[in-house]
Design a protein around this ligand. Sequence first.
Ligand code: URA
Length: 447
Amino acid sequence: MIPILARPLIERKRDGGRIGSGEWRQLMAAYAAGTVPDYQMAALAMAIFFRGLDREETGALTDAMLRSGATLDLDHLGTPRLDKHSTGGVGDKVSLVLAPLIASLGVAVPMMSGRGLGHTGGTLDKLESIPGFRTGLSLAEATRQLETLGCALIGQTGEIAPADRKLYALRDATGTVECIPLIAASIMSKKLAEGLTGLVLDVKFGSGAFLPEKERGLDLARTMIELGADHGCPVIALLTAMDRPLGRACGNAVEVEESIMALRGEGPPDLMRVTYALGAEMLLLAGVVKDRDEARRRMEVAISSGKAVEHFQRIIEAQGGDPRVVDDPGLLPEAPECEVFAAPRGGVVAEVKPRAVGHGIIALGGGRTKVDDVVDPAVGFVIMARPGDVVKAGEPLATIYARDEAGVAAGRAALAEAIVVADEAPPPLPLIANRITEAGVEDYLEG
Ligand code: URA
């Protein structure tokens, strides 16, 4: 085979031309093998950032990244296989609740998640705050666990879409993350490698989202739905608000604790609404319920009967974690310092800014600024204040969990920026704004 030369492809894309399917395949295979250098791929990513990719090119890039690695073959399970993917937020622990909940209802959930980067948290970091929990299962181990428990909570192993893994790290360092075709191809190359029969997307919009503008969120959702359709995997998306954190806990261990509470039926209302809405879409796509009402009833029974939380306990045990955390969250890492953050004045909570909260978690040591930073699982915030709450001066709005006094001070500064108390509050974004399918965009009406 004549080695592919990246330079003419970079020049063609720079000048607004197209790259063909065969060219994408050769290019991404060569990139994964290390024969196309990062500097050429960085130049191409920037050309794509400005020139875009059409539907066929986005599909070909997705396919090329998917084929650069292994895929899960789960046909033998004989059950529907569904996953949920969020485009990233603050306090978004839905995956931790949804995966065991849906698996407890007989639908397989091969959930491959990511780590926190930027101001957003990552499911893998949260899970790893459970003592002993192992997210680095091989594909063979994940398959065995899916056969026994119908759920595996894993990271992108070296085996899955290695070309995406390299390209994503490169994009992160070259200012080319916020590009719809690149985000869509990156996410879908990993999701399609899971051997799914359907995928539900939680596309965030609002100030704390990767793509804050609603129209861009809708575009991203449509692009991923098209990619799914072109690869025989039905995809449905909900557009949900990220102009405030989801739930109260923001951090790693604190979010695991809130997820356990949610699986026990004691989750905060906003977290439960988003969880039930996404879960209903998963059960509908799996074809195991006839409508949203039935889906909701089945999820509520799984929670009230204890079946969902027991399933989580079994998954934790299977992945090497301490299953006793489910009955005793006190076994999760605890921060040595904790301080209440009080309202600086009376008024109404106008904003709880997710980006400021996310950056605060990083300042406490609970997130990363570089891929290889070590995360402190114990630190974070529990924020009781919600936009629209009327508060008195001195009333507790949040609790800061920190490693030391300097951490407490950093947490205090972050919350002072994040929580705005004013005379009046603008209306928050609708928690669940739209439902997007191949047929188009509809307003989300909760039944
Ligand atoms: N998550 C991914 O996996 N890839 C992106 O490009 C953005 C978010």
